[in-house]
Design a protein around this ligand. Structure first.
Ligand code: ZN
Length: 135
């Protein structure tokens, strides 16, 4: 089960999310609320600093601005990080540890303040499980 409220704000079963400038708008299916919010310490996420939560690929819909989304990949090219090419805000990414999931930027959720979340765990992306096979 996830967070169905964050601070005083309700998490809707279908929740709108947007980048900073509003060019990109997403609709997220969050029937269980915000599931598994976390930070990550990998070389990319530590710079970005966002809290992300997960949703199945079928639970994320780009409502508007698909043409403004840019894709960034690095290292194994598995994770696909999308950001708004106008304002630069990361909206979502296809996860490397489970490509059946998108991670989305919690701070993009309409009306939600990520600073209202209690302690957020950090994923050890520096020592990613997928990297252990390379040794
Ligand atoms: Zn934008």
């Amino acid at each position: 089960m996830g967070f169905t409220t964050i601070g005083a704000a309700p998490v809707h079963a279908k929740h709108k999310a947007s980048c900073h400038c509003g060019a990109v708008e997403l609709r997220l299916d969050l029937p269980d609320g915000v599931v598994d919010p976390r930070r990550c310490n990998c070389s990319y996420c530590r710079r970005r600093g966002t809290i992300v939560a997960s949703v199945p690929l079928s639970g994320l819909h780009v409502v508007k601005g698909a043409e403004h989304l840019k894709l960034y990949t690095f290292n194994t090219q598995t994770a696909k990080h999308y950001f708004c090419s106008i304002c630069g805000i990361h909206t979502h990414h296809q996860r490397r540890s489970n490509p059946a999931l998108y991670g989305y930027n919690l701070a993009c959720l309409d009306g939600i303040d990520p600073f209202d979340l209690p302690d957020v765990p950090t994923s050890d992306g520096v020592h990613h499980p997928a990297d252990r096979h390379a040794e």
